[in-house]
Design a protein around this ligand. Structure first.
Ligand SMILES: [Zn+2]
Ligand SMILES: [Zn+2]
Length: 119
């Protein structure tokens, strides 16, 4: 793999950024070719791992239901730990309202957390 060879050349403190940059550009391209933007593990808007910016208001998308509680018409709060993420509605207290969109947010965050640890 060309990318792996390249990774060995960088110093350790730059390693994570290099991984991020590689995945970011790969996903930018994949998105142009039809990858669902919500399936990304990096953020095309904030240019970081998804779990690092998913708490931003930019990631609340009422139209699609991502990070959104439909019954309450309210954005979900995000809690990220070492291995996973969870979504909680501050209005009704529901943990990760069981919709395809919210499950997708959690799944993408899990993958993003794992990818950011994989060096
Ligand atoms: Zn973002
Ligand atoms: Zn709610």
């Amino acid at each position: 793999m060309r990318r792996r060879a390249h990774l060995r050349l960088v110093t350790s403190f730059e390693g994570e950024d290099t991984t991020l940059t590689a995945v970011l550009s790969a996903e930018d391209l994949a998105e142009e070719l039809g990858l669902d933007p919500h399936a990304r593990v990096t953020c095309g808007l904030h240019r970081c791992w998804l779990h690092q910016c998913v708490a931003s208001p930019d990631h609340v998308i009422p139209v699609t239901g991502h990070r959104w509680c439909r019954p309450c018409r309210s954005p979900l709060e995000v809690f990220v730990d070492e291995t996973s993420a969870s979504l909680v509605c501050p209005v009704c207290g529901t943990g990760t309202p069981d919709t395809a969109a919210n499950r997708q947010v959690v799944r993408a965050c899990r993958t993003s957390i794992a990818a950011s640890h994989a060096q």
